[in-house]
Design a binder for this molecule. Structure first.
Ligand code: ZN
Ligand code: ZN
Length: 253
């Protein structure tokens, strides 16, 4: 099983997880043209995608989903709440899942995990090939016992390190937006990401990725150091998901 990102941050997100002939895309916040370019950079074409999974209806996650699904007739998996978002348009094959039940796509099993975020029914995902587990966790304002339970013993974790609290407070955002980002339905800060990593069993962990890093309210070295300290690992072991290029394929073995 391998995974990569085609971009991560408030300007657009997309994560790929592949096992054999099965390749799923989690979120697509890019125009079709931009997406096709980014996917080609990872050596794939849209025809190789088995499904698109949506986490929630914010533009940086959903913008490209409708156009991509229509152009290539790719099935879209989505929670009941997120499916109510009218901006999605007509989807040729819409699969609404129960956000508390695992489901399968080809060789992969997907467990949706409901998270606290200011959206209709936001779900993040733990993806398994039966042997290994990759956990994707972004766009959440706080941690819940349910999240901690679901992300135990993953072999790879892509965790949100959105902001540094002091930088956000002293930064350029208007007061209301600061409150939203910092709130319990907002985004995970560096310290919360560290706390998450300390709360789950990381004894299987082969990869950890810092994702959804704010360009204005964080610094990459702050995000990396927070993860490094919590895992007691070297800084160069922490992968950084970049807005422009994401990060390259990582193979869990
Ligand atoms: Zn987002
Ligand atoms: Zn969001």
């Amino acid at each position: 099983m391998r995974f990569c990102s085609i971009g991560s941050g408030s300007k657009g997100n997309g994560t790929l997880i592949q096992q054999g002939e099965t390749c799923i895309l989690i979120d697509d916040g890019f125009t079709v043209k931009d997406f096709e370019f980014r996917l080609a950079q990872k050596g794939l074409t849209p025809l190789q995608l088995s499904a698109i999974l949506v986490t929630h209806e914010h533009g940086d996650h959903i913008k490209g989903v409708g156009p991509l699904a229509r152009k290539y007739r790719i099935p879209v998996y989505i929670s009941h709440g997120t499916a109510q978002h009218e901006g999605l348009g007509k989807i040729p094959s819409l699969k609404i899942f129960d956000s508390h039940k695992a489901f399968s796509i080809g060789e992969l099993t997907i467990m949706p995990v409901v998270v606290p975020h200011d959206a209709r029914e936001p779900t993040q995902y733990v993806v398994s090939n039966g042997e290994h587990k990759v956990g994707v966790l972004t766009d959440l304002g706080s941690l819940t016992p349910h999240i901690i339970e679901q992300y135990q013993s993953c072999h790879a974790l892509l965790v949100e390190t959105n902001h540094d609290v002091q930088m956000l407070r002293n930064g350029p955002y208007p007061a209301r937006l600061k409150k939203r980002v910092e709130g319990h339905l907002g985004h995970l800060n560096n310290e919360q990401a560290a706390q998450f990593l300390k709360s789950v069993d990381t004894s299987n962990l082969q990869f950890v990725v810092a994702t959804h890093i704010s360009g204005q309210n964080n610094r990459v070295d702050y995000a990396v150091n927070s993860i490094r300290r919590s895992l007691d690992c070297e800084a160069d072991w922490v992968i950084v998901a970049d807005q422009d290029t994401g990060f390259d394929w990582c193979e869990v073995a």
